[in-house]
Design a protein around this ligand. Sequence first.
Ligand code: MN
Length: 517
Amino acid sequence: MKFPDQLNQKLSYLPPRSLELVKKAWIIADRVHRDQKRLSGEDYINHPLQTALYLADLKLDFQTICAALLHDTVEDTGLKLSEVEKKFGRSTAKLVDGVTKLGKIRLRKTWFGWGGIKKEKLPEFERQAETLRKMILAMANDIRVVLIKLADRRHNMLTLADVPAPKRERIARETLDIYAPLAHRLGMGELKGEIEDLAFPYAYPQEYQKLTQQVKEVSRSRERIAEEARRDILKLLAKGKIFVLVHGRAKHWYSLWLKLQKPKYDNDITRIHDLVAIRVITDSVEKCYQILGMIHSKWKPLPGRFKDYIAAPKPNGYQSLHTEVFGPGGAIIEIQIRTEKMHEQAEFGIAAHWFRSQHKTSSQYLEDRVIKAPLKETLWVKELAKWQRALKDPTELRQSLTTDFFKDRIFVYTPKGDVLNLPSGSTPIDFAYAVHSEVGEKMVGVKINGSMANFSDRLQNGAVVEILTNKKSAGPKSDWLELSVSNTAHYHIRRQLRRNRLISNFLHFGPKYKNKN
Ligand code: MN
C-alpha cells in the first residue's frame, strides 16, 4: 500500500531525511502485516497506522513514529529486532523492543472479581495496580515507549467492541486502572479522558447506563446556560479589550462517575457544578488573574470554590484558575482560566514538549512548572520530574530520556498475581527467598508459567513462578549460592547452611565440638 496521505501531511514537521525513514518503516510494516486482519476484519496495518497518526498529532520525533508503525511486527510477524536495528538504528529498535515487552504486562483476573472489586480489597488492589504502573515505567526505560503504548492502547480501545466479552472486560479494566492513571501522571489529560470514556461502558456497563440517563435529564438546560455564559464572557472581555478563546466543555463520563461516588456528592448529580464548564484561554498569566477579577465582579463567586492551580500547580504539572460563580439566571457554573501553554500542558502533558519545540517557542514554562510544582517526595514523582526537567534542554534529550529507574530489575508474579521485583538474572531460588526465607529453605521444585523448571533457570520479566515446597526438605545446597544473585537469598542460604553444618557436626562430634570454637 502507498504511504498514506494523512500521515504524510501530519508529518510535515519532520525533516525530509527523517520522513524517508518513516516511509521505509511503513513499507516494511505494510509488508509483514499484509495477510493479517484485526478482529473487526479490517487490515491489520490500520492499527499501527492509527497509532502512528496519534503520535504524529503530538509531533513526536521520527524514531517514535517509526517504532509506532513497527510496534507489533516483532511480536506478531517474523520480523527480527536485529533487522529493525540495522535499518532504523538502535534507538528505534529499543523503542520497538520496549513496546513488545510492555505487551506482556497484564492486569490479572485474580486481582479483581467480575463486576468490580470489593471495598475491603481496594487497598490491596490499588497497591498491585501501582506496582504494575511502576513496572511499566521501569520496563519502558524510555518515556517514548510509554507514549507509543498509550497510543496503541487508545486505538485498541476504539476497536474494543470487536473483542470477545471476557477479554474485553479485562482490557477495559486494565485501561481504567493502569493506563489512564499513567496518562494522568504524565499530564496527558485529553488522552486520559478519552481512554477512560472508551473503557467505562465495558468495565461497568450498568453504572454507565444509569449515569448517561441521569445526565441526559439535567444536561440540556445546563448546555443552554453554558452557551449564554460563554457569550456574556466574550462580551465582557471584549469591552476590556481582552481577546480570548472561550469554549464549553462537557465533563468526561468516567471522571464524573468517580466524582459522584465521593461522599460530598452522594450520587446526587445536581450537586455537580462542572457538568458543563467554561474554559477561557488567554496568552499571559497576568491576564488570567485580570479575567478572573472581571468575572467575579460580574457574577458572584461561590465561597470556597476558587482554586489557584497557577500559583500551586497539581503534582502532574496541571495549571489553571478554577472558580464557580452564580452565572446567568443564578445558575452555578464552573469556569477555568488558563494560558495557551497551560492548556497544551493540560491536554498533552509530557508530550507537549515535542509539540512546543516544533513551534520554536520558549520551553521556560516547563522549568517553571517543574521547579515550582509541589512534588510529592516519592521516587515515582521524582523520576517523572527528572524526565520533565531533562526535557527543557533538547540537546540532552537523548541521554536523559532513558532512566536508571529500576534498571537491571525484573518483575515476576506469584501464582496469586502478586508482583515481586528482583535483580535481573534472578533464578527460582531468588524468587523463593524473596517470598519468605522458609519457602526458600523448604523448596524442592519450581514451575515457571505452569511447567516444571530448573533451579538454575533465569527468570524472565512477567513470568509466573510457583515454588513447590516440602516440610521434610533437607534445606539449601551449597551450590545454591552460585545459582542465586540476590542479597536476600545469599544471606539466608549462608545462614541456613551454617546452621545445618553445626547440627550435623554436633551429631558427628557431640557437644564438645561447639566449645572448641
Ligand atoms: Mn498494538
